[in-house]
Ligand binder design. Structure first.
Ligand SMILES: C[S@@+](CC[C@H](N)C(=O)[O-])C[C@H]1O[C@@H](n2cnc3c(N)ncnc32)[C@H](O)[C@@H]1O
Length: 322
């Protein structure tokens, strides 16, 4: 069975890979990509230094990076819709915070084109190296990756947009982070984020207990590790607390079931990544999770019951500086 999964550069409807209106979209084009890539960014905090962040509870394995790529496929459309609605366009200089395997930065790099540039930052050196390889493989010369903390930058007019996906949920003081990031933007600059909402549980009907159980383990780690359960629904207040305009918002989720749906692997791989943390917090042991067969068992269960499965809501939120 074929599913609508899109890597960062699919879904094109023009030769350039972008809808036609992107070619005429006005933007803030202060620096060429080459100028930007050699730009003297004032990184004041080395990666790993104490910062406004919690430890990443999903680890830094190659398997976790592959999971991020799989997750990026599921989140491609909401990310693109959010960026389009926010006004990301040709020539812009974009900062992607918490760039992981690089998918968001690569998608943004398509939108800003060769006249723009994207800098992806992540605290994890292995993620940075992985993302750099993917950018090279994709022949993208307008995107670069650096190892840095999200609150590393000082200075005005560094970027036309700051974006991030599945990152604010790890930031203890989100308003402080957004205030600082907004300070690096040009006048009229954009802040755009895509975050999951863990205040709404995953659902299945007829109920698929193993899927619900796997969701419960993930949500329990969110809670125990200090991640924000309201990471998406809380964004309105967070933007206001940061002195920003109330954001515009959109909401999507994935829904599906039946044989071969990608959710079984995605959910099982997410459990695999959080398993050390889940064991640490006393939520579930590897023996209980039986991780190597979890995807297969979830699929068997859902297929035999005819269950429809639904993930947590995912919210895009964006605002423009006045
Ligand atoms: C869930 S991943 C999201 C990756 C990517 N944004 C995406 O959506 O595909 C979160 C990433 O943020 C990084 N991260 C977490 N806290 C960070 C911080 N304070 N500074 C820089 N990177 C951070 C992690 O290393 C991880 O790669």
């Amino acid at each position: 069975m074929k599913h609508d999964l899109r890597p960062y550069n699919r879904g094109a409807n023009t030769a350039s890979g972008l809808p036609t209106w992107f070619g005429t979209c006005p933007g803030v084009f202060a620096l060429s990509s080459k100028a930007f890539l050699s730009y003297d960014l004032n990184i004041v905090r080395p990666a790993g230094a104490a910062s406004n962040s919690i430890a990443y509870p999903l680890g830094t394995t190659d398997r976790e990076r592959q999971r991020l790529v799989r997750q990026a496929e599921l989140l491609h459309d909401i990310t693109l819709d959010t960026f389009r609605a926010a006004g990301l366009g040709p020539g812009m200089r974009v900062l992607d915070i918490g760039s992981g395997a690089g998918d968001v930065a690569l998608l943004a790099a398509e939108l800003v084109g060769e006249g723009g540039s994207v800098l992806g930052i992540d605290r994890d050196a292995n993620n940075v190296a992985f993302a750099e390889r993917r950018a090279a493989d994709a022949g993208r010369s307008n995107v670069t990756f650096r190892q840095a903390e999200i609150d590393s930058f000082t200075g005005k007019n560094l970027f036309d947009a700051v974006v991030g996906r599945y990152i604010l949920l790890y930031v203890p003081d989100r308003a402080a982070a957004l205030r600082q990031l907004a300070g690096t933007l040009t006048r009229g600059g954009i802040l755009a984020f895509i975050e999951p909402d863990f205040s709404t549980p995953v659902r299945s009907f007829p109920e698929a207990p193993l899927f619900q159980q796997a969701g419960g383990w993930i949500y329990a780690v969110v809670e125990a590790s200090g991640m924000h359960r309201d990471s998406a629904m809380g964004l309105g207040k967070v933007f206001l607390d940061a002195g920003l305009p109330f954001p515009q918002l959109l909401c999507r989720t994935w829904i599906g079931g039946g044989p071969g749906h990608p959710v079984y692997e995605y959910a099982a791989e997410t459990v695999r990544s959080i398993l050390p943390s889940a064991e640490h917090y006393g939520i579930v042991t590897p023996e209980q999770a039986q991780i190597d067969t979890l995807a297969q068992r979830m699929e068997q269960e859902a297929v035999s019951r005819g269950s429809v499965l639904m993930g947590c809501p995912v919210i895009g939120a964006w605002a423009k500086l006045r």
